[in-house]
Design a protein around this ligand. Structure first.
Ligand code: M6R
Length: 623
């Protein structure tokens, strides 16, 4: 995973620019970090720490950098080598004149290391081989380092970089500086995200736009096997044969305030409260109040194509997988056959998927390696790919045939909340659109669906009123370490999501189960005082879950029910979190909210690092 940033320009406070960028990328990894600053005279200053960007910031706070020409920095999520200072990036060649930061995994690093026997390796990382290989290639091209003329060194640096890239196997987003050619950053990408920001007399690079959004929103999204030459005035792109490429610049409409906490203690709490906005923005202009749909103009998917696909195949990971799971129930309720796979499990069965199935891939970041691999295997099988993502220009958006964006703004907390409900919003729009075109939903029903969909943002706000009560419930369970979440039907994925949320930020044991499975095993773990969260919104769900509730209570368990106002007469839980009444389709958007708050306040009570939980990273770009 990891985050990288780079700056080419003369700002005296370039190191602050880089640290700010790193701070915004910390969601990608945060076990160690480092920075390298280069002066126009070729001096290099390098600092690294085990720990967070704050520690790095403290370490370099007294340093005075002068005549700055470029800098690169890195925040790490360890894959090869334990998190310590030696393994933190940037890494250098033998004499410390070439400096590199890298996100990804070099698969053939052992072979390369074996070939570079006379080099002095200082870390256990795969990354370090890249910088030594560049050093080696420079030596070969420069015949032992004879030339010192800048006009000679530029092409040598570039050619050495190119030769190096062509030898690497695996994934990488790389930025390199060499103190013999001050002010130049060479960057390249294969499978790991990399974006370049164009400024005035200064240019930027980052793993995602949040790394430099404060300074520019004019962005180039790099594709696989592309190189960027960057200095303060130029950004030039090449392919891996060294041939120049033209690329279009894009304007990003996120503003930096969206990537700040805005008075909330944590990004996660802020993002939970932004769900009304995220949902509203995602359906806006896609569902007109009269119940007409203008999606066709946006996605370029013809009526014929929609009529022709045989079924839907969902693929996603983590929380996005739970959104997809709701999608499966939803599409099937609207008469469209659907299947779902965890993206990491999908490639092995991609070949047997009906070629006429439309594959819907869901990913907040648009960079998740497992989802990307699943997409590639489905494409190989001949399927069309439809992406739902929050990140404009992301790899998944570019590798898919069709894409619609969720518009909930940048999601910074590692635990996904507003992206989830925005993904549901996108799924409602699609389900409505597809089932109407396929003739499964008649115009009057379609209008009713659309009208109710337009009401959901208000109901999200109303549901959030349960926050204080959720806090009270959390207090009652402060000594409990095991939690069970149960539900049926379209709310079943919400039980899974409730358990995932609690696990990832509170580190407690939590399981999500289909309520019908309780008596087939999980009921054995119920003991005195154990919290069981039961979600039910339809009459059928209530009729069936009431048995689970009574069975739990009979064994001493404590039941927290999440249900709508009308359900009180059917169930007798110990705690009762009410959500507004909606039709079955829309219940998951509301039932998930108390569970997000439940996870948040449980983690808060236990003093966890909520926005950056241990061992996790937001964007999982390794498989
Ligand atoms: O960026 P993506 O939506 O593809 O990410 C998928 C999962 O890694 C992500 O949802 C993860 O499970 C979150 N930490 C859940 O809160």
């Amino acid at each position: 995973m990891c985050g990288i940033v780079g700056y080419a320009g003369e700002k005296n406070n370039a190191w602050e620019v880089l640290l700010k960028g790193l701070k915004r990328l910390e969601y990608r990894g945060y076990d160690s970090c480092g920075i390298a600053i280069e002066s126009s005279k070729g001096e290099l200053f390098l600092d690294r720490v085990k720990g967070r960007v704050e520690a790095l910031s403290e370490k370099i706070s007294n340093k005075k950098y002068k005549n700055i020409s470029a800098g690169i920095a890195h925040t790490r999520w360890a894959t090869h080598g334990v998190p310590n200072e030696e393994n933190a990036h940037p890494h250098t060649d033998c004499d410390g004149s070439i400096v590199i930061v890298h996100n990804g995994i070099i698969e053939n690093y052992i072979e390369i290391k074996n070939e570079l026997k006379d080099h002095n390796f200082k870390s256990d990382t795969d990354t370090e081989v890249i910088v030594h290989l560049i050093e080696d290639n420079i030596k070969k091209l420069n015949k032992g380092g004879k030339s010192n003329r800048l006009e000679m060194l530029h092409p040598i640096f570039f050619q050495a970089f190119l030769n190096t890239l062509n030898k690497l196997k695996g994934s990488f987003a790389i930025a390199v500086i060499w103190n013999k050619v001050p002010g130049v950053i060479l960057a390249a990408r294969r499978f790991s995200p990399l974006v370049i920001g164009k400024g005035e007399g200064e240019n930027f690079l980052s793993s995602d736009v949040a790394g430099f959004l404060e300074y520019t929103n004019n962005v180039y999204f790099m594709d696989d096997d592309e190189i960027a030459f960057i200095d303060k005035n130029n950004i030039v792109f090449f392919d891996f044969n060294g041939k120049k490429k033209n690329k279009d610049i894009k304007k990003i409409d996120w503003d930096i305030k969206m990537a700040e906490k805005g008075g909330y203690k944590h990004f996660m709490l802020k993002e939970i409260h932004e769900q009304e906005m995220g949902f509203e923005n995602t359906i806006a202009r896609r569902v007109l109040p009269v119940g007409e749909y203008i999606l066709n103009k946006e996605i370029n998917l013809t009526i014929e194509e929609i009529k022709n696909f045989s079924s839907i195949q969902f693929i996603a990971c983590g929380t996005a997988y739970h959104a997809a799971y709701v999608g499966k129930y939803l599409f099937e309720k609207l008469g469209i056959k659907s299947d779902i796979d965890l993206a990491s499990e999908f490639p092995q069965r991609a070949k047997i998927i009906d070629k006429k199935a439309l594959v819907i891939a869901i990913s907040q970041s648009g960079e998740t390696a497992d989802t990307l691999e699943a997409i590639r295997s489905a494409k190989k099988n001949g399927n069309k790919i439809f992406a739902i993502t929050n990140t404009v220009g992301s790899t998944i958006s570019r590798e898919s045939d069709y894409v619609i964006y969720t518009h909930c703004g940048p999601e910074i907390a590692v635990a996904s909340t507003k992206a989830f409900t925005a993904q549901l919003a996108a799924l409602y729009v699609l389900a409505l659109h597809f089932s109407y075109i396929k003739g499964n939903l008649l115009i009057t029903k379609a209008r009713e669906f659309a009208e109710e969909l337009l009401e959901i943002p208000k109901l999200i706000k109303k549901t959030l009123e349960c926050e204080e009560y959720v806090k009270e419930i959390v207090d009652k369970f402060e000594d409990r370490n095991d939690y069970l979440f149960i539900a049926r039907g379209i709310n079943y994925p919400i039980a899974l999501e409730g358990a995932l949320k609690l696990k990832e930020i509170s580190y407690l044991h939590a399981e999500g189960y289909a309520a019908g499975e309780m008596k087939h095993g999980p009921i054995a773990i119920i003991s005195d005082g154990m919290p069981v969260v039961a979600i039910a919104t339809t009459q059928t769900e209530l009729d069936l879950i009431k048995g689970n509730i009574e069975e739990t209570k009979a064994r001493g368990g404590k039941v927290i029910a999440i249900a709508d106002e009308d359900s009180k007469k059917f169930i007798r839980p110990d705690f009762y979190i009410k959500i507004p009444k909606v039709s079955e389709y829309f219940a998951p958007v509301l039932t998930v909210i108390p569970l997000q708050l439940f996870a948040y306040y449980t983690a808060l009570k236990r003093g966890r690092d909520i926005d950056k939980p241990r061992n996790l990273a937001k964007s999982v770009t390794v498989r």
